[in-house]
Design a protein around this ligand. Structure first.
Ligand SMILES: Cc1cc2nc3c(=O)[nH]c(=O)nc-3n(C[C@H](O)[C@H](O)[C@H](O)COP(=O)(O)OP(=O)(O)OC[C@H]3O[C@@H](n4cnc5c(N)ncnc54)[C@H](O)[C@@H]3O)c2cc1C
Length: 319
């Protein structure tokens, strides 16, 4: 058994996802108490070039045609064999669709526990997790000799490494009889405005209460020169199109300002907006998890807040 902290590199179509760099920073923090190294685990086909900017001590690279595209089947088989052979202290996955798919299946396959929704590690090596949609933080010791951990964005800064780490090729296990394969990528609808490129977003959540109130957000967005986007309940109601959805099942946005009106801050939403430069939250519940990621916030009723801000912005602009 080793004290190394493994980080499973998340990448899609030639791009390393930001969550990978967040996890590497988390692994670095955890390695201070485990005493091991930070080891990035990169799975793919001719993907070795993605290792260059990983802030890891070394990279284990598994190359196989079966790993050319992500599938939970192939990832689980490849990782199971690596984990059994090297017994790291912990294996970090993104708390993302990909990470959750792999960690859950691996846990069942190997009979080892998953620590889910981990935000950060304490100086003495305990995990800190969000539970109940982020309303409660739970702290505890890493379970089992090897723990699987899914990491949320937001706990650590995503930073690339200064110099390329050493890359060690690891032979892939037999990866046949896979039950899933990628047939095609379906690109999102581009007929609407692309919220992922907008610098100013007014985001509305269930707190907006009804379709008619969306006009308040439209007016505010217009005054600010921005666009309106939404959390899932608003889109599920059909009040806004799916092109405006922010989060796990929608778009990842990085505006200069993200003004969240009546949004609780569930992990699936925060995953899509936590890299905004400035997050401002308006929520009547002072304990709403959105305030954990917001730089500025108020517990005003959004139905009072939105028209006041619209008027002040219009006045400031002279009309
Ligand atoms: C697999 C999966 C994928 C998902 N993908 C996404 C996704 O991509 N995007 C997404 O957003 N969600 C997603 N979800 C849903 C997510 O878990 C939450 O349910 C959702 O984000 C909650 O939306 P909300 O914050 O608008 O609503 P709520 O959680 O109901 O929060 C509403 C908030 O409004 C506040 N409020 C109420 N009235 C007012 C008022 N008058 N003024 C100010 N504040 C007020 C309340 O205090 C509350 O905090 C996903 C869930 C799953 C399981």
């Amino acid at each position: 058994m080793s004290q190394d902290i493994f980080v499973v590199v998340e990448h899609l179509r030639g791009q390393v996802a930001d969550i990978t760099h967040v996890m590497l920073a988390g692994a670095r923090a955890l390695s201070q108490t485990s005493g091991g190294g930070v080891v990035a685990v990169l799975l793919g086909k001719d993907a070795q070039g993605l290792a260059g900017n990983l802030a890891a001590d070394r990279v284990l690279y598994v190359d196989s045609p079966a790993l050319a595209e992500f599938t939970p089947d192939a990832y689980q088989l490849a990782l199971a064999s690596l984990i059994q052979a090297q017994s790291p202290r912990a294996v970090l996955f993104g708390h993302t669709s990909v990470g959750m798919d792999v960690a859950g299946g691996l846990s069942a396959k190997l009979g080892i526990p998953v620590v889910s929704s981990c935000r950060n590690f304490t100086a003495d090596g305990k995990f800190v997790c969000q539970i109940c949609g982020g309303k409660i933080m739970a702290e505890g010791d890493l379970p089992a000799p090897t723990a699987l951990i899914t990491m949320l964005a937001g706990g650590y800064k995503a930073e690339a490494g200064n110099q390329p780490p050493a890359v060690e090729a690891v032979a892939a296990p037999v990866l046949d009889s896979l039950r899933t394969s990628i047939k095609q990528y379906i690109e999102p609808d581009t007929s609407d405005v692309d919220i992922s490129k907008e610098p100013m977003l007014v985001a509305i959540g269930r707190g907006i209460q009804n379709k008619d109130n969306i006009e308040l957000a439209n007016e505010l967005a217009e005054a600010l020169g921005g666009q309106v986007c939404a959390s899932r309940p608003v889109v599920d109601q059909g009040w806004l199109p799916t092109t405006r959805l922010v989060g796990k099942s929608g778009k990842r946005v990085k505006p200069k300002v993200y003004l969240a009106l009546g949004i609780s801050g569930a992990p699936e939403h925060v995953e899509g907006m936590d890299e905004s430069d400035i997050i401002v939250a308006v929520n009547t519940d002072a304990n709403a998890p959105i305030f954990n990621v917001a730089k500025y916030g108020t517990t005003m009723d959004l139905l009072d807040f939105a028209p006041i801000l619209t008027e002040r912005v219009r006045n400031a602009k002279g009309g």
